[in-house]
Design a protein around this ligand. Structure first.
Ligand SMILES: [Zn+2]
Length: 67
């Protein structure tokens, strides 16, 4: 049976395992209406729009537009 010639150093082991500890940054896109960062395929929480269409209308939003 093949046996390692030398004990793997602590630094070597830890630097190898550090690759698995990386975590992926969440994907962020930008709202086309108000340009705040949003989660992709989600309604913008700031303006309530999804792909240029109003889905959630915030309180006072229509009143602000009429004035
Ligand atoms: Zn928005």
């Amino acid at each position: 049976m093949a046996v390692p010639k030398q004990k793997t150093s602590r630094a070597k082991t830890r630097s190898r395992r550090a690759q698995n500890l990386k975590f992926n940054k969440p994907t962020v896109s930008v709202c086309p209406v108000c340009e705040t960062p949003i989660r992709p395929h989600h309604i913008c929480e700031t303006c309530g729009f999804y792909k240029d269409e109003p889905v959630l209308v915030a309180e006072g939003y229509s009143e602000l537009n009429e004035e």
